[in-house]
Design a protein around this ligand. Structure first.
Ligand SMILES: [Zn+2]
Length: 426
């Protein structure tokens, strides 16, 4: 009799330990999908199915309970969340505005998070069609893909006064896009447009699909010492990092996929490695030129961290054929940098320098069939003492405003020795 009591006690103990609580829900919405994330106090098993009329997704979590209610407001995909606790299980129902495709998976603890159940709801994806215009058009714009790091579940680094890296880098990316679009012959493509997570591979794939000529990932990470400040430009290294700091940064950056909520499923990563290595060498050479150009443009207005240039194994820079760089716009862990990264004046100056650096790179190394390639082949004029902009324009029979726009000049001031590109005559 005594023995029986003991085993009942033991069974109850096991059940109590294993029952998970649903502690909360977060919802992130991007242009193509909505992600609902449930925080669980421990691991759990679940079943998920879709129902029509009205469209909804039902999640049965086994041996789990929900203790506080879940709410959602103003979401374009999820209308309402309902739940009911059964004896040992909990059923959660997501009422949808329209029928959506669902994909779900469990995540083990990562970063600040414990166990999570992720439900991705996506609209039927339309096949990606590369615009014919972009492939064949001569004199096309160069396309600069701008990737704001982190997002959604992944806040990135957090500053001493509570600033999230994912938020500041998104506003810097948007400002940079504005500056790039203001340049003749250049067009920006923003990779992450809102507060949601995109896995590293998806970021550069999106850039490739849309014919990007350059990929720029924007960050503002933390360091273990709050004293460290300044900006840096990084490119990919497949052989090892240029410094301990670069290595540490890449390792912390590469964890984003686990925190942001990505299931490791890319077996092709291993298979295609050799192919990638071959074409990546050419891209890496261009990455180096582009990053050096941005680095020297930034140097004039921003305090750089040490040399301000480094190499490490960043996953997001692994595009096989698009030159790529990662810009640390500052250290969010430094109170001074944190403040600057929220200052519109500083951001405007910084993004203008980055734009100039990118533009200079394209003029040095223009992709074929672009407007910039046509200008780079055009005549040049080296400014002599006594030259005026209007004098040069009339001498070469071109308009003053064309010279200014090609050479990115706001004023008519000239420097002796300055090289001016002259517009091509039709
Ligand atoms: Zn970052």
């Amino acid at each position: 009799m005594k023995k029986l009591n003991f085993s009942i006690l033991l069974l109850m103990f096991v059940l109590t330990v294993e029952a998970a609580t649903v502690e909360g829900m977060r919802v992130w919405t991007g242009p193509e999908h909505t992600r609902a994330v449930f925080d669980l106090s421990g691991s759990a098993e679940y079943k998920l199915f879709e129902l029509d009329n009205p469209p909804r997704v039902v999640i049965d979590l086994e041996n789990a309970q929900l203790t506080s209610s879940l709410a959602i407001k103003n979401n374009k995909d999820i209308k309402k969340v309902r739940f009911s606790n059964k004896k040992k299980d909990v059923r959660i129902v997501l009422d949808l505005h329209d029928k959506l495709k669902s994909k779900s998976f469990l995540l083990k603890p990562a970063g600040e998070y414990g166990h999570r159940l992720v439900v991705d709801l996506s609209h039927e994806s339309k096949p990606q069609v590369k615009t014919v215009e972009q492939v064949t058009q001569a004199n096309r714009d160069v396309v600069v893909a701008i990737d704001a790091g982190h997002g959604g579940e992944d806040p990135g680094a957090i500053g001493p006064s509570g600033t999230y890296e994912k938020d500041v880098v998104l506003s810097i990316a948007k400002e940079l896009a504005k500056k790039i679009n203001a340049q003749k012959g250049m067009k920006a493509l923003i990779i992450r447009t809102g507060d949601y997570y995109l896995k590293h591979r998806k970021r550069f794939e999106k850039a490739r699909q849309q014919g990007a000529d350059l990929f720029v990932s924007i960050h503002a990470d933390a360091f273990h010492s709050p004293k460290v400040n300044g900006a840096s430009v990084y490119i990919l290294s497949q052989r090892g990092a240029s410094s301990e700091a670069a290595k540490w940064l890449a390792a912390s950056e590469n964890k984003s996929d686990q925190i942001g909520g990505v299931v490791i499923e890319d077996k092709q990563d291993v298979l295609s490695k050799v192919l990638y290595d071959l074409s990546q060498n050419a891209a890496l050479e261009e990455s180096h030129k582009a990053a050096k150009s941005v680095h020297s443009a930034m140097r004039s207005v921003v305090k750089l961290h040490g040399q301000g240039f480094g190499q490490a194994n960043f996953l997001v820079l692994k595009s096989p054929d698009v030159p790529s760089m990662l810009i640390e716009t500052g250290y969010i862990s430094n109170p001074g940098d944190e403040k600057k990264l929220k200052d519109p004046k500083h951001i405007s100056k910084l993004t203008q320098q980055i734009t100039d650096g990118i533009r200079n790179y394209f003029f040095q190394s223009p992709p074929p069939n672009t407007w910039i390639a046509a200008q780079a082949k055009a005549k040049k004029h080296v400014v002599q003492s006594g030259d005026t902009l209007s004098g040069i324009a009339s001498k070469h029979g071109v308009s003053l405003s064309d010279i200014k726009s090609i050479n990115n000049k706001a004023s008519n001031q000239l420097l002796v020795g300055e090289v001016l590109y002259l517009p091509n005559q039709p």
